[in-house]
Design a protein around this ligand. Structure first.
Ligand code: B12
Ligand code: SF4
Length: 449
């Protein structure tokens, strides 16, 4: 039987930005694949690259008997994934890719020499591939694969077979990675160690710029019982100081939260946690329950203070809902983190002013801004596709680097950011605000490409 080695192309030591944030989490997708395959008798190893170096991985690939190398790829790790795949090939490994990015650029990855791409949920598809002994002649009947036939044609076998009941899956194979190192890093930088858990897969909402490449529009939940059992085990086994509920929208199902809370209480479990949610999935009873459970911070995608832009994004949330949700959290003692997006299609100065006004009125504890970027496969990407200008070679850039012809310049958004920050400073400086606004307006005729 061929051995499978799983890895991801993420090296913390090469990421200067993350080294300042230092909130690493284990690659849960790989750990789920590992436990799924190992319980079925396959030999699986994990090289968790987070704290290791590229050189260490390359040395391992050279030293070990070649087998199958499975690599997780997202939009930030393209160049690393390609370099790892190339190295693996030169020393005799077969390479399979999975995760949210590879299927979006299947032709390019296959042209780079990758043997196989799994599009979407990986457990069943990879299991079936392993059962063929990694034999391409038997891949056509397995759902969820993209590969090249001998003729050179790219074969796509359609969406993968999904796991019927998430509760029947073994928990992610955390014992195979160095959890202590993650916790130690967290504690050294933040005074508390955090571990991630997922309670569901997939999000049914349709925010236009969000990638649904792994789970499509599906939404499957674990039972509260199974989640509570995993949480209890995590606390007993690793003693984290807090948890991150890494779901797309943790509070999507109020009934589930109520049952989960009741079970945690019944077992006397209380652990601080943070999560991502949507403003429309919070109301007073749910916020109070979250607070009671130990929720210290919720992250809300607020995106814009302009309803016109939220509607164009098909966000399905109103500006007012965000304001009310943040106010409810403040009242309950839960901190709020807000994500904001500049530069969505059609956004103009008035929308930017509305966003700044919105943040001033809403007063989240913290906010992060990004200039919107079209991820391949999203409706947003399709909407701006005819205006996309690429800079540099595909192998070196990411979907974050697209330029959109006719959009305001990066400089303009930098000024928007400066204005937002000066307007929301604890002690606003009128001089700074005036200068930032003047710079924003003065740069409004500059275009990106
Ligand atoms: C947790 C998370 C993070 C954490 C990552 C922590 C970590 N180490 O996991 C943090 C906050 C750091 C993060 C950051 C970012 N993230 Co993020 N993140 C997520 C999130 C919410 C959950 C990931 C997860 O654990 N999923 C659960 C597991 C079970 O699913 P999975 O990882 O997809 O794995 C399954 C399949 O993909 C497949 N599979 C995975 N690996 C492999 C490998 C092989 C060989 C095979 C065959 C199959 C396979 O099988 C797995 C089991 O079914 C996802 C959304 C989501 N719900 O998945 C976004 C998501 C992955 N993130 C995304 C983005 C855009 C980012 C950022 C770029 C954001 C930013 N602007 O900075 C950064 C990039 C960071 C980086 N340098 O890599 C996008 C990726 C889009 C894309 N096309 O690549 C997603 C999909 C969100 C979205 N809907 O748009 N993220
Ligand atoms: S942004 Fe959040 S709510 Fe919207 S589709 Fe993506 S995961 Fe779902």
């Amino acid at each position: 039987m061929m051995r499978l080695l799983l890895t991801h192309g993420y090296f913390l030591s090469e990421d200067a930005k993350e080294q300042k944030i230092m909130k690493p989490y284990v690659p849960l997708g790989l750990l789920y694949l590992s436990s799924h395959l190992r319980t079925r008798g396959f030999e699986v190893d994990i090289f968790d690259s987070t704290f290791e170096s590229r050189e260490q991985l390359f040395a391992l690939l050279e030293r070990d008997e070649p087998g199958i190398l499975g690599i997780y790829g997202n939009l930030m790790t393209r160049a690393n994934v390609l370099s790892i795949a190339a190295k693996a090939h030169t020393v005799g490994w077969r390479v399979v890719l999975g995760g949210p990015e590879p299927a979006n650029y299947a032709e390019e990855y296959l042209a780079a020499g990758v043997d196989l791409i799994v599009a979407g949920e990986g457990e069943k598809a990879l299991q079936q591939v392993m059962e063929t002994g990694f034999n391409p002649a038997r891949w056509r009947d397995i759902k969820g694969l993209i590969f090249r036939a001998e003729s050179g044609a790219v074969i796509r076998t359609g969406p993968p077979d999904l796991i019927g009941s998430l509760d029947e899956q073994p928990w992610p194979d955390r014992e195979r990675v160095d959890i202590a190192r993650y916790l130690k890093t967290w504690r050294a930088f933040h005074g508390a160690g955090s571990l991630s858990v997922v309670t569901a897969r997939g999000c049914p909402y349709r925010c236009n710029w969000c990638s649904h490449s792994v789970y499509g529009m599906t939404h499957r939940r674990r039972s509260p019982q199974s989640t509570v059992a995993e949480v209890e085990w995590l606390l007993d086994r690793y003693h984290p100081d807090m948890l991150w509920m890494a779901d797309d929208v943790f509070t999507i199902h109020p009934g589930w939260i109520i049952q989960y809370a009741a079970m945690l209480k019944q077992r006397g479990i209380h652990i601080p946690f943070e999560c991502i949610t949507r403003a429309d999935r919070l109301n007073e009873p749910i916020v109070d329950l979250l607070a009671e459970l130990g929720c210290m911070r919720v992250w809300i995608g607020s995106e814009s203070g302009s309803q016109r832009i939220l509607d164009a994004m098909e966000r399905g949330v109103t500006v007012q809902q965000v304001r009310s949700a943040v106010a409810l959290c403040r009242k309950a003692g839960i901190q709020t983190g807000m994500f904001l997006m500049w530069g969505y299609d059609g956004e103009e100065l008035a929308d930017i002013e509305a966003t700044i006004d919105h943040v001033k009125q809403t007063r989240p504890d913290i906010f992060f801004t990004t200039v919107s970027y079209p991820i391949k496969g999203t409706p947003y990407f399709n909407k701006v596709a005819d205006r996309l200008v690429s800079i540099g070679a595909w192998r070196e850039r990411t979907d974050r680097d697209w330029m959109i012809r006719g959009r305001h310049s990066r400089n303009f958004y930098k000024h928007a950011d400066e204005l937002l920050r000066s307007e929301t400073a604890t002690e606003p400086d009128l001089g700074k605000i005036g200068a930032a606004r003047a710079a924003l307006y003065a740069s409004s005729n500059e275009v990106e490409a």
